[in-house]
Write a protein that binds this ligand. Structure first.
Ligand code: 6OG
Length: 162
């Protein structure tokens, strides 16, 4: 168990085009996770709720505005020799306004559910994204080696309520 004072909240939004079985990912152009595809998200501003932050980050990084948003998962990421864990709240969006557009942080790109670029993503993603795409909810805990690639230990469960 990771003590609560050492967890920092983050958001992560996956936008799905369900009729066409496509997922919107962004190539991260800078900062933590640079050169990896991921959903859109980030840290919370001091006065916002997690969901408000999820909407704002999606807008700031892809220029789309979510019309719906469903909480589907919670991932706790910790790294060897780093006392602060990331508590990442995962949301799915299926309806939005606007067109995904490249920003300073992200280059958006649609991928078929059958062609998700897991080799260019965080190592944990290939484990929980398939659960999410089956419309299931999950809670995960991943402890990474210092190289930020190898997962030393993990727990991942499907749940009814996140
Ligand atoms: P900024 O530094 O851009 O927020 N994030 C992760 N996402 C996945 N899929 N796997 C991980 O495994 C992750 N660690 C962090 C949370 C960082 C963004 O990256 C996500 C945030 O959306 C370790 O503010």
């Amino acid at each position: 168990m990771i003590p609560i004072q050492n967890k920092k909240p983050f958001t992560l939004v996956l936008t799905l085009d369900e009729p066409h079985r496509k997922i919107l990912l962004g190539m991260k152009k800078r900062g933590f996770g640079m050169n990896k595809y991921n959903g859109f998200g980030g840290k919370l501003e001091p006065t916002e709720t997690v969901e408000e932050a999820a909407h704002r980050e999606l807008w700031e990084e892809s220029t789309i505005s979510a019309r719906n948003m469903k909480k589907v998962g919670l991932n706790l990421f910790s790294f060897e020799n780093n006392p602060v864990a990331m508590e990442v709240h995962v949301y799915v969006v299926t309806e939005y306004d606007g067109t995904p557009t490249e920003t300073e942080e992200m280059r958006p790109e649609w991928f078929s559910y059958d062609d998700i670029p897991y080799d260019d993503m965080w190592t944990d993603d290939r484990q929980w994204i398939p659960i999410m795409l089956k419309n299931k909810k999950f809670i995960g805990e991943f402890y990474f080696a210092e190289d930020q690639k190898r997962i030393i230990s993990q727990v991942l469960e499907e749940v009814d309520v996140v």
